[in-house]
Write a protein that binds this ligand. Structure first.
Ligand code: SDX
Length: 430
């Protein structure tokens, strides 16, 4: 196999396949000609060995625990956490200059309201409805109120659609929460920046305005930044798959919400808190939980641990652990779940089962501690993950849809069903 070609010999015939090399030296065998040249397809369920695309948005090195947005290391955003500028960076490829930042911020402020008729849709949901079900439905419903943004033929139309989704997802999330509690909706306040406005819509009352410490705003900006993109994860791949059929941006992101809901993906942040609460409630000790997680027959996993790509510490988990400790100290809050999380991490990281499988804390292990400290209810945690991940979904949809060579995604399969069979009329069936 030469540096830039791989040879594959099948049934005595040898074919050459190009080898692609990425910016950071990662290599891939280009099999786009495989079926034409050999009649065979490649088999890779769950795509653990398959690069579905090339992308310039996010770089992850799972062995070194590296995560960069458009080349900038994640850690660089911790000092000045500003979710809006990271949103622009991911979607448009570079940090915004002052004029771009002010234009985009104004667009987010001016588009935070929902059409009043959308309230009828909220009223139709039971108060106990899962927030992610409402969010997915209401993002799709947004397209009914913005028909002029279903087809995005110009950069300005795309920027408008992106701005409306990024702005209104806060309002959708806040109204979902308010509806679940039977509380009046709180309109966005145009004087407030992005994250402050979200917390205002969540927690203010008609007679009192929610105020919070600057540390809370910094912490939530950083939590959203840490969730903003993660290359070809399940929900982002879903957005790309749906977008490849030329489905509009709203429908593609609504599909991403549904994929993120899964407990092995974005839903894990809820399951982590439920795990910590079950230990706190005395149902079992941390050690007993760890032993159950190692026992395949238990069906239990150590939630917030492990990752398809990271075989080292998830850099986001490292930052989130530090932010959770700092925020609780600043707020003078003690959360017994944080101590339990630290204890679980310590036990796992000294246990061969986890070390041999390279299972480390992931983004979901500590995020819930921070959201609890801010007052976000547990059933809204994955909605917060979606608010953070929306810029990533939009950036990947845009990157794919801007590619003139884009084709509809349509994987193949290996058929293992019945051979040719006859139709048997019902009267002859046993
Ligand atoms: C996210 O892809 C992304 O980038 C996702 C994400 C993003 O930003 O978009 O990072 C966000 O989804 C984080 C992951 C959140 N999910 C969880 O915390 C759920 C718990 N974790 C596991 O379910 C699991 O680790 C996954 C789903 C995260 C990864 O699954 P993989 O890559 O399919 O790994 P695997 O199931 O093949 O595990 C390999 C081995 C198996 O044991 P063996 O068969 O080798 O004996 O490790 C074991 C697994 O049983 N294992 C675990 C475990 N995770 C893996 N055992 C106990 N507890 C766990 N958490």
């Amino acid at each position: 196999m030469s540096d830039n070609k791989a040879e594959l010999t099948i049934d005595g015939k040898t074919v050459e396949l190009p080898i692609l090399t990425g910016t950071e030296g990662e290599r891939a065998i280009d099999i786009t000609s495989l079926r034409n040249e050999t009649g065979l397809t490649a088999y890779d369920p769950a795509f653990g060995n398959t690069a579905s695309c090339s992308s310039a948005i996010t770089y992850i090195d799972g062995d070194k625990g590296i995560l960069r947005y458009r080349g900038i290391p994640l850690e660089a955003f911790a000092a000045y956490p500003n979710f809006v500028e990271v949103t622009w960076l991911l979607i448009f490829g570079q940090l915004p200059n002052r004029a771009e930042y002010e234009r985009f911020s104004r667009q987010l402020t001016e588009n935070a309201n929902l059409d009043e008729d959308m309230k009828h849709h909220f009223a139709g949901f039971p108060r106990s409805a899962p927030p992610m079900a409402i969010l997915s439905a209401m993002i799709s419903t947004l397209s009914c109120f913005h028909p002029q943004l279903l087809e995005l033929d110009t950069p300005d139309q795309f920027e408008q659609a992106a701005g409306r989704l990024i702005s209104k997802i806060r309002t959708l999330a806040a109204y979902t929460y308010r509806h679940s509690r039977g509380l009046p909706y709180i309109y966005p306040d145009p004087k407030l920046p992005y994250v402050s406005n979200f917390l205002h819509m969540m927690f203010s009352e008609p007679y009192s305005t929610y105020m919070c410490e600057p540390e809370v705003l910094n912490a939530l900006n950083l939590v959203l930044i840490l969730h903003a993109d993660h290359e070809q994860n399940c929900s982002t791949s879903t957005v790309r798959m749906v977008g490849s059929s030329r489905a509009n941006l709203f429908a593609s992101c609504a599909a991403g919400v549904s994929a993120l809901w899964g407990r092995l993906h974005g839903g894990a942040n809820v399951k982590v808190i439920e795990m910590l609460e079950s230990i706190h409630g005395g149902k079992q000790t941390a050690r007993e939980y760890i032993e159950a997680a190692k026992d395949k027959s238990s069906g239990i996993k150590l939630m917030g641990f492990g990752h398809r790509v990271y075989k080292n510490f998830d850099p986001r988990a490292t930052i989130l652990r530090s932010v959770s400790e700092q925020l609780l100290n600043k707020l003078g809050v003690t959360d017994p779940l944080l101590e339990i999380a630290r204890n679980l991490e310590d036990i796992a990281l000294h246990d061969d089962y986890f070390l041999e499988r390279k299972l480390y804390p992931n983004v979901d292990f500590y995020s819930g501690i921070i959201l609890r400290a801010i007052g976000i209810p547990t059933n809204m945690f994955t909605v917060l993950f979606a608010i953070g991940r929306l810029p990533g979904w939009i950036s990947h949809w845009h990157e794919q849809n801007s590619d003139p060579k884009m084709r509809i995604a349509r994987p193949r399969q290996v058929y293992t069903g019945n051979p040719l069979s006859e139709y048997v009329p019902v009267e002859d069936r046993i």
